[in-house]
Every structure is written in C-alpha cells, then in structure tokens.
Design a protein around this ligand. Sequence first.
Ligand SMILES: [Zn+2]
Length: 141
Amino acid sequence: MSEKVLSAGDHIASKCTKCKDTTNHTIVALVGEKVARVECNTCGSIHNYRGAAKKKQPASRSTTTAAKSRSLNKAQRDWDELLENAKPEDATAYSMTTPMKEGLLILHPTFGLGQVLNCIRPNKMDVRFQAGIKLLRCKLS
Ligand SMILES: [Zn+2]
C-alpha cells in the first residue's frame, strides 16, 4: 500500500495555461483513478489535468523577447556612447574607393554618421549607424 490513491480535493502539480507554468492545483474530478479536471490554486481556473511537465514554448518565447529588448537598449546605449565620443567633423565621407578601417568614423549619404565596427575581407564592413548595424561594401586599407 505504498501508492497514494488520489481523490477530489487533493493537491497536485499541473500545468496551467493561464499561469503558463506548473502550479499547485486542487483535483476537481477523477475518471477512475486518473485525475481528469483540476482547479489552479494560483489563478482559480478549472481545466483538464495536464501533468506537471513544463511547457517550453511560452517560456522560451518570453526569454527571446526580453533578450531582444535588452539588445535594442544596448544598441541605443552603444550609439549614444559613440556620439558622445565622436567628432562628426573628423568623419570620413564614405565612398567605395576610400580605404576603410575598424574604428573609423564615416559619413554615409543615406545612413549618416557611423562607425566601422568590423572589417570583413576582402571588401565588406559592419558599420554602426543610428538606424542599426549595416553591412556595406568598401575598400579596405
Ligand atoms: Zn493558473
């Protein structure tokens, strides 16, 4: 007699779609010895018993969104920092024939002021503009 027989009113961990997590539930109805319906102790919703396994999708989605907004904030901070230290009058006018190098401040006809982050040989570079990081063709020094 080691196995506990569940009955209505007992507590059990179950996934809750409202809480988007595994929470404590109270058993509302059983079918035979199987838990059929449960009431979430956190939000009070009554739903079918879904077991205690974590649902991966909502968690990973919210993590991705958080990471994205963090990186957006970081991009904005990086840009503000660049502007603080940059001297626009020293910027080199961007052209396909002007040699570029990492760290160079450039002035692009479309994107405006930018800084070369990364040179990708033989002829490309990542440039941080206010609009974001762009991959441009260039001549490398
Ligand atoms: Zn709930």
